[in-house]
Design a protein around this ligand. Structure first.
Ligand SMILES: Cc1cc2nc3c(=O)[nH]c(=O)nc-3n(C[C@H](O)[C@H](O)[C@H](O)COP(=O)(O)O)c2cc1C
Length: 209
């Protein structure tokens, strides 16, 4: 059975991004492992370029083990989300820490797909991740985007705050009810696209074998 490693940049357990990633992964019919980046001991890339010849990082944290798992995997799935209009920081930190696999084109041709969540900017996130995959010379199989929820739905001031993402999304007179929350499993069209992406990943693995 092929091995797929999935890296989730969401900070919310069972949030939208994770739910969507799980649907993609289950649909591959292959062996998979989901790593939550928030649970890793992960420092920032210092830019020392100590990795240029060893393909491993000099920093002592969890990243070298993950790099090995990425090298061993038949395909990689990366989940990111929008914050302040761009890819969120946790996912970006991880992408920078993949730098040891950059210099010697270690990931050239490695199958990869993305899942991007957001309230407004999921397409931007998808494009950002695609550009990263291009830089690493990875072989992008596909990408899934879907909706998301803002913290403003739950903070208690979402209907009145001048900076409310809820008001920006639904208008100034809208009321926060349970119906406004985006639930991935209820978005049948997105679930279908996630399922298709999983099948596409499995097909790409098979075609490469
Ligand atoms: C601090 C913060 C900032 C956010 N900024 C944006 C944003 O600029 N654009 C956007 O589309 N979504 C934004 N969002 C919404 C998240 O991207 C969205 O809810 C995402 O789907 C969450 O995925 P999760 O449930 O896996 O955490 C923001 C969320 C938070 C918590």
């Amino acid at each position: 059975m092929a091995k797929i490693i999935a890296l989730s940049g969401s900070t919310v357990k069972s949030g939208v991004v994770e739910k969507a990633m799980e649907q993609v992964l289950k649909s591959t019919g292959q062996e998979w492992k989901l790593v939550r980046l928030k649970n890793l001991n992960m420092k920032y890339c210092t830019g020392c370029v100590g990795c240029a010849h060893t393909n491993r990082c000099v920093l002592k944290d969890d990243i070298n083990e993950i790099l090995g798992q990425i090298e061993d995997a038949d395909a990689v799935l990366i989940g990111g989300l929008a914050r302040f209009g761009k890819l969120n920081g946790l996912t970006k930190v991880f992408i920078e820490r993949m730098f040891p696999l950059f210099h010697n084109n270690i990931l050239k041709g490695k199958l990869v797909a993305s899942v991007s969540g957001g309230l407004f900017d999921q397409e931007t996130v998808k494009e950002e991740l695609s550009a990263v995959f291009g830089a690493y010379k990875m072989d992008e199989v596909g990408a899934l985007t879907m909706g998301g929820n803002a913290s403003c739905y739950k903070c208690g001031k979402g209907e009145t705050c001048n900076n409310s993402a809820f008001r920006a999304k639904f208008g100034d007179d809208a009321k926060i009810t349970k119906d406004v929350f985006y639930v991935f499993d209820k978005d049948k069209e997105a679930v279908e696209r996630a399922t298709l992406l999983g099948k596409k990943i499995a097909e790409a693995i098979e075609n490469k074998a």
